[in-house]
Design a protein around this ligand. Structure first.
Ligand code: GDP
Ligand code: MG
Length: 238
């Protein structure tokens, strides 16, 4: 007799068999799934219109700068691969696409952020004063699980303008604000000449990674495939 290794075409599966196969396939999937380590880190950039958010992002990701003012770049985010020790991560940087004027950034923009970058223009007091609003708005919209310790990074941009002669916000003032909000890291940059941009984003990536890994601790280990129709909290809104 030759042993059969696969069911013949005439084999009929009962509903019960099918249910069994389905459950089997689920357990196979979870066994063979790659490690649940997060590799995607979401960073969002907030600040008044015109402070240089899009320019900073472009300088960091594409090493390019344009003097031309563009309110929108047409894409929601740019990505960049970053390496820490021997691990690779994808930094997903979300830009406001010009909507910051209308205060209409949807909840999808804020959801799941691992780090929030606040940007102001060192030549504009108004953009500095608005930082409180941007920070508050972020905390309300993103509602992170541990708001006290959520990583923010502050960037004072456009330090190149007029060789610093039109500057109205001092580094001291900016650092005092950072200290009052729980020691937010502070960088002064020029997206135009590319000064300090790489350094600022290194810090941003590091903070995002730290926050992403802490979040990972809250992920459930098992998936409940119970049949109850009751609403269950799965820890995500998908
Ligand atoms: P956003 O509205 O915050 O995204 O600002 P943009 O990146 O669109 O920049 C607004 C304007 O400021 C543009 O004309 C940029 O070319 C200019 N800009 C941005 N960053 C700098 C900078 O570091 N130095 C100078 N001189 N101009 C900048
Ligand atoms: Mg922009």
């Amino acid at each position: 007799k030759t042993p059969t290794t696969s069911p013949s075409s005439s084999t009929k599966f009962t509903t019960r068999d099918r249910r069994y196969f389905f459950i089997l396939s689920l357990s196979f999937r979870s066994d063979s799934m790659p490690s649940r380590r997060r590799t995607l880190l979401k960073v969002i950039i907030l600040g008044d219109s015109g402070v240089g958010k899009t320019s900073l992002m472009n300088q960091y990701v594409n090493k390019k700068f344009s003097n031309q003012y563009k309110a929108t770049i047409g894409a929601d985010f740019l990505t960049k691969e970053v390496q820490f020790e021997d691990r690779l991560f994808t930094l997903q940087i979300w830009d406001t696409a010009g909507q910051e004027r209308f205060q209409s950034l949807g909840v999808a923009f804020y959801r799941g952020a691992d780090c929030c970058v606040l940007v102001y223009d060192v030549n504009s007091m108004k953009s500095f004063e608005n930082l409180n609003n941007w920070r508050e708005e972020f905390l309300i919209q993103a509602s992170p699980s541990d708001p006290e310790n959520f990583p923010f990074v502050l960037i004072g941009n456009k330090v190149d303008v007029d060789d610093g002669n039109s500057r109205v916000v001092s580094a001291k003032k900016a650092k005092a604000w950072c200290a009052s909000k729980g020691n937010i890291p502070y960088f002064e940059t020029s997206a135009k000449v590319g000064a300090n941009v790489e350094e600022a984003f290194q810090c941003i990536a590091k903070d995002a990674l730290k926050s992403g890994e802490e979040e990972e601790l809250y992920l459930p280990d098992t998936i409940d495939v119970g049949t109850s129709n009751q609403q269950r909290s799965t820890g995500c809104e998908c």
